[in-house]
Design a protein around this ligand. Structure first.
Ligand SMILES: *Cc1c(COP(=O)(O)O)cnc(C)c1O
Length: 473
């Protein structure tokens, strides 16, 4: 015990290590950019934490005071050589499935393999192998999209924001677009329907009130300059109480009467409804098509569970016009995305939705969630540095899908015996593999719903290195 204490006392502070290393020529070589100093501090902090843990655990009986500095210098040198990439893996323990900050939908493993193959090999991306002539990149997913949705035609662009922009620009440039005041959506990351219309060159005509819009509101607003009738899914909020919204069918009838295209932005479009999960009914992609809409747009990386993409389906004649717009070239989907999308659509075609991570996470049974939370708890209990218990809680879908729904889950709730939950949460985010967890009151919650194979072991390993002291200088 005495030896441990004297070793701990001999540990230098972060700024002492920093000053000494910065005076050494070999380390000044690492300090060429502005951010490098910060990174050096970070690396020193981690090295100190490692050696502190070693001492506390008495792992290294033979460690002498005189070896502390050489250990630190070697360890920092090694860490600096392995310069990390900026994009890194994160363990998502928040229970938010479509976590916007963490890259939304995950690809199924076999889809990711297909993408890796396409990335390293030449392909028939724009080649018609029958004729040897130039082909279209869109054919690789169009048939599948039509088959799965019942639409006549389909095309894909970079993301759903681009899809809406392209549609507006093609059919309503220098014209007017009628939208209900209840549907002037803003999505995180500054996508706003009114702004997108403006960039697309259209003029917005707002109708109805925030809570109530009727079909006659649309009809009264129709003028010779009207280019299209637009409906947006209120994906990340819900207007409740004294409300009325116009259905897609009603709008379609009005569009037919005045020969105007009717477009709906579904946001997080889904091929499946959430009824089997006990979630509120939301129109599926196929139902939207069936209602007779001219065009329907949705994201590839929300409930579809594929890559970032914007999917547009609907009437052939209109899709052909979209393809001819010059903007299409600027908004076009790249080959890796196309591969990921085709792979994901094949899973739907084969009724293998269970292989799609988003759907697997959505439908994880409570018994399984509870068992996983218990397993994590058992592991953490052995570490002695924590209070830990299993609690009932809620996960979220995220990505603006089912915004008001909460999915029952079981979480492993952890509280460090020393240090604050805020410090502990910061440690989880910044030490080694970043672990994103949720703070609730004075607990840090780990939700097994979004954990993947191997995550539990890594969480335990990182927790085992926590000693109640972090971020001290
Ligand atoms: C998410 C969303 C968008 C934006 O889609 P991206 O694929 O992120 O560009 C547009 N409209 C609605 C209604 C959405 O929910």
């Amino acid at each position: 015990m005495e030896k441990i204490n004297s070793l701990l006392r001999a540990l230098p502070a972060v700024h002492e290590v920093q000053a000494r290393l910065e005076a050494m020529e070999e380390f000044t070589a690492f300090l060429t950019n502005k951010g490098d100093k910060h990174r050096l501090t970070q690396v020193i902090r981690e090295s100190l934490q490692k050696i502190r843990n070693k001492i506390l655990r008495g792992q290294d009986e033979s460690l002498k005071e005189s070896e502390i500095w050489p250990y630190l210098i070697d360890d920092v040198r090694d860490a600096l050589r392995n310069k990390p990439t900026s994009l890194r893996r994160v363990i998502n323990a928040t229970g938010v499935i479509l976590h916007t900050n963490c890259g939304r939908a995950l690809l199924a493993p076999e889809v990711a393999e297909f993408v890796a193959e396409q990335a390293q090999r030449y392909s028939n991306l724009e080649l018609d192998v029958e004729t040897g002539e130039r082909g279209s990149r869109y054919v690789h997913v169009e048939k599948l999209l039509c088959q799965l949705s019942g639409a006549e035609a389909a095309m894909v662009v970079n993301n759903n924001a681009a899809a809406v922009l392209l549609v507006v620009n093609t059919f309503a440039q220098n014209r007017k677009v009628i939208v209900s005041r209840g549907e002037l959506v803003e999505i995180g990351g500054s996508f706003r329907i009114p702004e997108v219309l403006k960039v697309g060159g259209a003029e917005l005509v707002e109708v109805g009130a925030t809570n109530r819009t009727w079909i006659c509101d649309y009809e009264e607003a129709i003028q010779p300059e009207t280019g299209l009738l637009f409906k947006a899914h209120t994906s990340n909020y819900r207007i409740e109480g004294f409300t009325h919204a116009v259905s897609s069918q009603e709008l379609v009838e009005l569009g037919l009467k005045y020969k105007l295209p009717v477009v709906e932005d579904l946001g997080s479009g889904s091929f499946r409804d959430g009824l089997f999960l006990g979630l509120q009914p939301e129109p599926t992609i196929a139902q939207a098509v069936q209602s007779g809409l001219s065009l329907v747009t949705f994201s590839g990386d929300k409930l579809l569970g594929g890559p970032q993409a914007g999917i547009i389906i609907g009437k052939r004649e209109l899709i052909e016009k979209l393809k001819k717009n010059q903007l299409t070239r600027a908004l076009r989907i790249d080959k890796l995305t196309l591969a990921a999308l085709e792979g994901t659509l094949h899973l739907y075609e084969r009724d293998e939705e269970d292989k799609i991570p988003v759907w697997r996470m959505l439908s994880k049974p409570e018994t399984e969630l509870r068992a996983e939370a218990e397993l994590l708890k058992n592991g953490i209990e052995e570490l002695a540095y924590f209070h830990v218990e299993v609690q009932a809680d809620f996960s979220q879908v995220g990505g603006g899908a089912w915004p008001t729904e909460e999915l029952s889950t079981w979480v492993c709730a952890v509280r460090p015996r020393q240090g604050s939950v805020q410090e502990f949460e910061a440690y989880l985010r910044t030490f080694g593999v970043s672990i994103l967890a949720r703070i609730k009151k004075d607990w840090v919650l780990f939700d097994p719903r979004t954990l993947l194979e191997g995550d539990r072991e890594e969480i335990l390993s990182i927790l085992s290195q926590w000693t109640g002291v972090y971020m001290e200088t």
